[in-house]
Design a protein around this ligand. Structure first.
Ligand code: ADP
Ligand code: MG
Length: 231
């Protein structure tokens, strides 16, 4: 128990440091990107290829910093009341092209009850996208990812199951640790960001996984409607 508390404190300090670095770096990056975009429009010469490379690398740096910033302090900017099922179908549609590209079948079975949440819609979307993307990325061609939503005891139960490579005990233990990634181009931030967001929504996330068989993520969200939510 004690160990857990210490780790949380360490993460907070790291998060604060990350936030200040990210703030400093993000602005010049944005400026450089803007100038390069102008150059790309004007320059018809042979440097064109290098320019698109630079732009894509800058885009990646920007994404990492944005993830970082999100981890340090999830910004719940616009609180609104909405039915959870809308966001779930939106996220599924959003990720369909990515699943098709990976040769993975993305299916859903969604409860249509009018379960309302009061939160920042975009943050919830981000949390779901990160986890479903991981499921798709872990799944080989011809595999399946399923998004299920059921209402139980006034709580939303969301399951993301995949027929992917799964994780062993050690991998599961490291999941959600900052920068932990097994991917060539991974940032190791996606899961941490999602867990932070769901925690801020007073929700819970748990994982069950078997090597070579697949993974099931369970997310439990409390209703946000009648509560006075204070972030
Ligand atoms: P990234 O996706 O950039 O690697 P994440 O924090 O999203 O970073 O994930 C960390 C690691 O956890 C991944 O690299 C992967 O090894 C593992 N992981 C996450 N979700 C799954 C999953 N559904 N199945 C198998 N491995 C997973
Ligand atoms: Mg990820």
């Amino acid at each position: 128990m004690k160990e857990k508390i210490q780790r949380a404190e360490k993460l907070n300090t790291l998060g604060e440091l990350a936030a200040s670095i990210a703030h400093e770096v993000r602005n010049p990056l944005t400026v450089v990107k803007g100038f390069l975009q102008l150059m790309q429009q004007d320059e018809k010469g042979k440097n064109y290829d290098y320019l698109s490379l630079v732009l894509s690398e800058l885009g990646r740096a920007e994404a990492i910093i944005n993830d970082y910033l999100n981890f340090a302090k999830p910004q719940f900017e616009k609180l609104e009341e909405f039915p959870l099922v809308h966001v779930l179908s939106e996220v599924k549609m959003l990720l369909e092209p990515f699943a098709v590209k990976q040769g993975v079948q993305l299916e859903s079975s969604l409860d249509t009850s009018n379960f309302q949440l009061l939160t920042d819609r975009n943050q919830l979307k981000q949390a779901l996208v990160n986890l479903i993307k991981n499921a798709i990325e872990a799944t080989p061609e011809g595999g399946k990812v399923t998004l299920t939503y059921k209402l139980k005891d006034n709580h939303a139960y969301i399951y993301i199951t995949d027929t992917g490579k799964g994780m062993d005990h050690d991998q599961l233990a490291r999941l959600g640790t900052l920068f932990y990634t097994t991917k060539d181009k991974g940032t190791g931030l996606g899961t941490s960001v999602s867990l932070r967001i769901i925690e801020t929504m007073k929700g819970k996330v748990s994982y069950e996984s078997k090597l070579g068989i697949g993974t099931e993520v369970t997310m439990i969200l409390p209703e946000g409607k009648k509560e006075i939510v204070n972030f």
